[in-house]
Design a binder for this molecule. Structure first.
Ligand code: S6P
Ligand code: ZN
Length: 194
């Protein structure tokens, strides 16, 4: 393991893009067919466009202290059908807690356990959210502008997207007449997830 030097980085996509060793991941609508609830709305949009829903940049500091992984995510504003743009969401495959720090925009963090217990936490600039081990997490942009947040987690935890693709989350965040509404997902079965 190498020891890295101290460094300072602006919480802006451009700064992460320029940082050597950072990986850029782009998620387009076509990558998220199994994640949005309204399959017809997904296919309707895809007939003419394949928009970027979100992108994130991640890096890792290795050190004798165990190191740290970090990432910056930007979710573009918008909806697919009535459902707001969001990340795929994942369980960590090994025990590992995570901290999210909201930089700009507004949204909701959806959390769930493998037993199907759900929680919803508001994400607003200047606030952090703690994601304990065992809770899958998905971020939803409910605002009119990009939602940008920093995440910090232990290296090597791994990301399980398949369970979320198969079972979904108990909550859907949809556009209502008076703004965002959190509703129970009609397709969510509950029970123990794989
Ligand atoms: C990593 C952390 C975030 C997400 C990112 C994209 O543990 O939770 O950096 O990777 O927000 O979301 P997703 O669900 O596509 O990984
Ligand atoms: Zn995570």
């Amino acid at each position: 393991m190498s020891i890295v030097s101290p460094f300072r980085l602006a919480l802006e996509p451009e700064a992460f893009q320029l940082l050597g060793g950072c990986t850029e991941i782009l998620r387009r609508l076509s990558d998220m067919r199994d994640f949005f609830a309204d399959e017809q709305a997904v296919e309707r949009v895809l007939t003419s466009d394949d928009p970027v829903i979100y992108e994130f940049w991640k890096g890792e500091c290795e050190s004798s202290g165990g190191g740290v992984s970090y990432g910056l995510t930007r979710i573009h504003p918008g909806t697919v059908g009535r459902e707001y743009h969001m990340t795929k969401g994942h369980f960590h495959t090994k025990d590992g807690d995570e901290i999210y720090v909201v930089v700009e925009g507004r949204g909701l963090l959806l959390l769930q356990t493998r037993e199907g217990e759900g929680r919803t936490v508001e994400m607003t600039p200047g606030h952090m959210v703690y994601v304990p081990t065992g809770w899958a997490h998905r971020t939803v942009n409910t605002g009119d502008a990009a939602l940008i947040f920093l995440s910090i987690w232990p290296p090597g935890v791994g990301h399980d997207y398949g369970t979320v693709a198969r079972y979904g989350f108990p909550q859907l965040v949809v556009q209502g007449a008076d703004g965002p509404m959190v509703v129970r997902s009609p397709s969510f079965q509950g029970g123990l997830m794989g």
